[in-house]
Every structure is written in C-alpha cells, then in structure tokens.
Design a protein around this ligand. Structure first.
Ligand code: PMP
Length: 359
C-alpha cells in the first residue's frame, strides 16, 4: 500500500475529552463540558418540534439540494439561493474547498494559531502551507499578503478567530480583498458571527457580490445549538458554488439537520436571547480576570482564551479532575492559556469558584 506521505504525519483530529470518558476516569457524577464552544442554552423549542415531526423521514434519503432549507436561508440572508452551499458542518465545507483547490502544486495561506481544520485539510491534500503568526491575537493581513505567491489558491481567514475570539476590522479586510488576486479564493470563516457585538462589524455576505473570489462560511453548530446535527453553509458567487458542488457528497446534510436549521432560522428571538446571555457570561470571566490580574483577549464569541502564565495543561487537568472539561491552550498554540466556552451563569460561577481556589 502506498499512502500519501503527508497523511502519515497527521494524527486524527481530537476534539477534546468526552463527558462519558471523564465521568468514568474520575468517578464523577456531573461533568460540565465547556470545551467545544457549543450553546449551553441548547436550541430553540421550534427546532425540537420540527425534529419530532420529521422522525418518520428516517428511511428516506434527504433532499440532496436541501431546497426548503436553502430557500428559507436565502430569504433570511437576502441572497439568491444559488449563492449557497451546504455542508455536514462547516468542517465539511473546509474539506470540500480543500479537495477542490489544494494539491501538491498549490500553496495556501492561513494565520497561526487559528482553527485547526484549514491546516489539517491542506496537509491531506499535499499543498504547501504558509502560516502567518497572529499579531497581538489578530490576523496579520499584510503578512498574509506577503506570504502569498503565484501558486496560492486559497487563503483562510477566521473572524472572529478561534481560539482568540478577536475579529478582523473592516478596513483591513477590504484592503486585503482589494489586493488578493482574483485567482485565489478567500475563505472567511465566520462560525461565531451571530455572537459578535462589535458596532463596527460588517456584513461580509454582502461583500460576496463585490468580490467574486470570496466565500463566507457560517454554521448552525454554535448559537443555533445544532452542533450534533452538522449543518454549515457557505455563501459565494454562484460560479464558485457551481465549481464546489461536484465535490460535495450528494446527501451530506441529513433531513433532521435540514428541518432543524429551517426551524432555527425562524426563531431569531432565541438567537438574540442567547447572544445577550453570552455577553453576561463573558462579563463573569472578564471580572474574574480583572480581579486576579489575568490577561485575556476581549472576545466576540462564546469562548474566552485566558493566559494563566503557567502550563495550560496544568490548569486543564486541575479543572478536569473537578468535573469541568475545557481546552488547554497547549494544543491551540497558546501554551500558557486555557480556552473556556462561556456556559450558563451557574456553570461559569462553578468553574470560576474552582479556579479561584486554584489561583
Ligand atoms: N470554524 C471554526 C472557526 C470553528 O471554531 C468550528 C467549530 N469548532 C468550525 C468551523 C466547525 O464547525 P461545524 O463543523 O460544527 O460547523
């Protein structure tokens, strides 16, 4: 067997410890997982009813074109339905884009640290990877432009960025888009878009009309609370969508995901409520950091990266043994930090109480 050499350099993606495994390992009854930036408030009740009424669709393949969800989302975003592509989570879209454009003769540019899947998929496709360090937690767009060469097919932007929670300012993004050659696809991953509260944040989707080489990725996994159903989407010029579609599995979004996403879009009140509660939760962490003189990046997301100035694994392990699963910054490119998903008020209080004893 001759495997692609680069596959042998990769370890499988490890999204963090599961609740069950931690329960067993430490003989704990209750585990709070604040590690994967899910919505601690669950999902809209409208989603639950939609799922119930769709249960009997189990034996039937889903609508491969996701027509109803497509029309609903297109109307909500005010774009033509042909500008949308759906993925089994936005992870799947990152994979589809990589498969379509990256190969050993191509190069790709991304920030570091950023979301791991851009690099992971680029390695699988054998592309040359150019990683440009963040500057004070933010994308160095000048550096990223400089890193591009004539072989650069894809550049990955993450705004707000995982794991820092910081966002790319509009003027910087526009200047960047003006300079990137039209032969290079710009992927703007906005998985946490709905959590953003910055007044000067922009409508990136409307930019896809002006920049035909821009694709914006979003997901139903975060504020909409559908992480397990795996629904993500991309918005771009129809020519890009047409080129990506053949690489999409025919039934990549199951019928429950489609029905749930459709219902979720209709309940924007739930989204607004979660956004508000998330800000209150973030404030609990900010207050704690101020009290203890801890550094953090101000976040536009539902997670916070806190620098404890000691090995991130130590803080991670301390919390784990007491029933709280978070992410050590060690695996995320910030070795002395820990990334914590904002939970409910009680969950945040519980975790911060334990951290208080630790410090
Ligand atoms: N992009 C970013 C920045 C993320 O943080 C995540 C989830 N951790 C994803 C994409 C993937 O999300 P999903 O596949 O659930 O849509």
């Amino acid at each position: 067997m001759r495997w692609k050499e680069q596959l042998l350099t990769l370890t499988p993606y490890q999204p963090g410890k599961s609740i069950e495994s931690v329960k067993k390992q430490f003989q704990l009854e209750q585990i709070i997982k604040l590690a994967s930036n899910e919505n601690p408030f669950g999902c809209s009740n409208m989603v639950l009813s939609a799922l119930q009424s769709n249960l009997l669709n189990m034996p039937i393949y889903p609508d491969g074109y996701a027509s109803s969800m497509r029309d609903e989302l297109a109307a909500f975003l005010q774009v033509e339905p042909e500008k949308l592509i759906f993925g089994n989570g936005s992870d799947n879209l990152i994979q589809i884009i990589s498969r379509a454009l990256l190969h050993p003769g191509a190069s790709t540019v991304m920030a570091t640290p950023t979301f791991s899947q851009y690099r992971h998929n680029a390695v699988i496709e054998g592309a040359v990877i150019k990683e440009v360090p963040l500057l004070n937690g933010e994308h160095d767009l000048h550096g990223m432009l400089d890193a591009m060469d004539e072989k650069t097919n894809v550049v990955w932007l993450c705004s707000p960025n995982n794991p820092t929670g910081t966002y790319i300012p509009e003027t910087a993004l526009l200047a960047f888009l003006e300079k990137v050659p039209s032969s290079c696809l710009v992927v703007l991953d906005e998985a946490y878009y709905e959590y953003v509260v910055a007044d000067d944040y922009y409508d990136a989707i409307s930019l896809t009309s002006k920049y035909p080489n821009l694709i914006v990725l979003r997901t139903f996994s975060k504020i909409y609370g559908l992480a397990s159903l795996r629904v993500g989407y991309g918005v771009a010029n129809p020519a890009i969508i047409k080129a990506l579609e053949p690489g999409r599995e025919p039934f990549n979004v199951n019928s429950f995901g489609q029905a749930a996403a459709l219902a979720a879009i209709e309940d924007q009140e739930f989204v607004e409520e979660c956004k508000k509660k998330n800000r209150t939760g973030l404030q609990q962490y900010y207050d704690f950091c101020h009290q203890h003189g801890l550094e953090y990046f101000p976040s536009q997301t539902n997670f916070i990266l806190i620098d404890f100035k000691i090995d991130g694994d130590t803080v991670f392990q301390y919390l784990l043994e007491r029933g709280y699963i978070v992410r050590s910054g060690k695996a995320l490119g910030f070795p002395t930090s820990v990334r914590i998903t904002v939970g409910t008020t009680e969950q945040n209080e519980g975790l911060l109480r334990i951290l208080d004893e630790f410090l």
